[in-house]
Design a protein around this ligand. Structure first.
Ligand SMILES: [Zn+2]
Ligand SMILES: [Zn+2]
Length: 248
């Protein structure tokens, strides 16, 4: 995520640095690495991104925000980041629902998630003058999940599976539809697709959510760019679409 001159990297999975460089994202502006939980697809390149953020450990730049499992380990999971990498950042913070982190005007709030790693969190970001963005991370549906994201402009959901194929610890398009309906963001993005989802065609699943909820919904794709300002502008190969701010 980029806000003005600041950049934060959320869930640096394997290849995060290489993909960032391919997108011409400068690591010099990286101010925070956020990891939502201790599964490889979310932390794989966390140490690599910390190396980039601190210029190989030569500058104490940027913060690391992650739950206990990632920072210290919690029995079954972790730790996923070495003491050395925790020592070279400006500060390390444990992400727990209810905490609030302020970073150069931005506010980051960890949200509750229900997933295999019991310390998993989602995030809610407040960018002043722009609005809020929610990211569910990996979670299954639970009562009250939508309360964590009410009022966000853009909601990003990790949707492993398509309609009719639920999977423990995750949401499928069915639960995603329910959450989008309850949260009523201006737009939603579904991401984190498993093979069943790929075979079902994520764009079709996004269309289903949009049809059911009346909320613009997009399937994430590599190199997709989402600009959140007065409206929301989504750019991906073959698609460039502006969405007017919806009236609530
Ligand atoms: Zn996971
Ligand atoms: Zn995952």
């Amino acid at each position: 995520m980029i806000h003005g001159d600041d950049q934060i990297h959320v869930d640096p999975g394997p290849g995060a640095l290489v993909h960032s460089l391919n997108l011409h994202l400068s690591q010099l502006t990286l101010g925070a690495v956020l990891v939502s939980h201790c599964h490889l697809d979310h932390y794989g390149d966390a140490e690599v991104m910390i190396e980039a953020m601190t210029r190989g450990g030569t500058r104490k730049q940027g913060v690391l925000i992650a739950p206990r499992s990632v920072l210290q380990g919690n029995g079954n999971y972790g730790a996923a980041i070495s003491n050395y990498h925790k020592s070279i950042v400006e500060a390390t913070y444990e992400a727990k629902p209810g905490e609030i982190f302020k970073m150069r005007g931005m506010t980051i709030k960890p949200t509750r998630a229900s997933h295999g790693d019991p310390d998993t969190v989602g995030f809610r970001f407040d960018f002043p003058g722009i609005g809020e963005i929610g990211y569910t991370s990996d979670t299954e549906y639970f009562n009250g999940i939508s309360d964590y994201y009410k009022g966000v402009k853009l909601l990003i959901l990790c949707v492993l599976r398509p309609r009719g194929l639920p999977w423990k610890g995750h949401i499928s398009t069915d639960e995603a539809t329910k959450i989008v309906e309850e949260v009523k963001p201006e737009a939603a993005v579904i991401t984190h697709f498993g093979m069943r989802m790929i075979f079902a065609n994520p764009s079709k699943e996004a269309c289903f959510v949009e049809k059911k909820t009346g909320i613009k919904t997009f399937a994430a794709a590599d190199s997709m760019e989402i600009q959140v300002a007065k409206g929301i502008n989504v750019k991906k190969p073959g698609l460039s679409k502006s969405i007017d701010t919806f009236k609530r």
